[in-house]
Write a protein that binds this ligand. Structure first.
Ligand SMILES: Nc1ncnc2c1ncn2[C@@H]1O[C@H](COP(=O)(O)OP(=O)(O)O)[C@@H](O)[C@H]1O
Ligand SMILES: [Mg+2]
Length: 279
């Protein structure tokens, strides 16, 4: 069964995209077949993982959501074996407006996913934009679990309360599970007093739902996207960035009940995809 996990927090700059990219790569490196769906209008995950190419715009998540283009037709391979991306597309910024007048507007992404060869993937990760618009609601509704990055740079409780309220509303009104897979503390800097404050506040409020492992502040996370590389490609074998995301990957596997690196699944090769995916 394909597991669908959405990475969300309406606050920007908390490490959603960094986590989406490196968790997706971490899972793929451990033999999982992973699709990263980029639903952020800024398309940062797409920009990190795939080189721009003319004509790509016609084959993007925006096209799937607005023009009923099939998800299978837009999926592109990345330099990490087993990791594929459904690119965002510039048009994504207009999708909220388009969806507003569509029947079942909160389930458009779910329909796109169901209409594809979903069982090709062990895990689908959805990266989202820093606001709670229709696009993000679609991501939350389609997902079985939600991973919530929380930056340790500033006090997050008010924002998290709003986010929890939204999840509750979606559960009640739309019947989606929206279960929190875990809160992930990011940008952890032990020299900053606010880090310890945030950590004890978040662990106090959410207990074991907070991942035990944290993501340390690390300038390589800022640098790697401009080299179009995941942290595993950018950092040396003993780098702390990759170490943090390796720890997270193992814990996510455990929480999803996915089994270890020797899962029966094999990485999907580019050759196994429809011809249009190579475009
Ligand atoms: N652990 C980290 N340490 C240092 N910088 C980070 C870390 N994680 C992310 N960043 C940087 O912070 C900025 C915001 O991160 P990003 O993942 O894009 O957040 P979001 O998707 O929530 O807006 C980016 O420039 C990113 O490279
Ligand atoms: Mg982002």
């Amino acid at each position: 069964m394909t597991r669908i996990v959405c990475i969300a927090n309406q606050k920007g700059g908390v490490g959603k995209t960094t986590t989406a990219v490196n968790l997706a790569a971490g899972l793929a490196r451990r033999g999982k077949r992973v699709l990263l769906v980029d639903l952020d209008i800024q398309g940062s995950a797409t920009a990190t993982l795939v080189a721009p190419s003319p004509g790509r715009e016609a084959l993007s998540m925006a096209a799937c959501l607005v023009r009923d283009v099939g998800l299978d037709d837009i999926v592109v391979p990345t330099s990490t074996p087993g990791l594929f991306v459904a690119p965002a597309g510039e048009e994504l910024a207009t999708v909220d407006l388009h969806l507003a007048s569509v029947m079942g507007r909160e389930r458009a992404l779910e329909r796109v996913l169901r209409g594809s060869t979903l069982d090709r993937w062990d895990v689908v990760l959805v990266d989202t934009a820093p606001y709670l618009g229709l696009l993000t609601i679609n991501a939350l509704v389609s997902a079985e679990k939600v991973l919530v990055p929380v930056s340790c740079e500033y006090l997050p409780m008010l924002g998290l309360k709003l986010f929890e309220d939204t999840l509750g509303k979606i559960r009640r009104t739309l019947g989606a599970p929206c279960e929190v897979l875990g809160y992930l503390l990011t940008m952890v800097d032990r020299r900053e007093r606010v880090t310890d404050e945030v950590e004890s506040m978040v662990r106090g409020a959410f207990g074991e739902r907070v991942f035990p492992g944290i993501i340390r502040v690390n300038t390589r996370h800022k640098a790697s996207p401009s080299h179009r590389q995941t942290i595993f490609e950018y950092e040396g074998p003993r780098g702390k960035g990759r170490e943090d995301y390796e720890t997270l990957t193992r814990e996510v596997e455990r929480r999803l009940g996915l089994g270890g690196a020797r899962a029966k699944s094999r990485p999907v090769t580019a050759e196994a995809l429809p011809a249009s995916a190579h475009a």
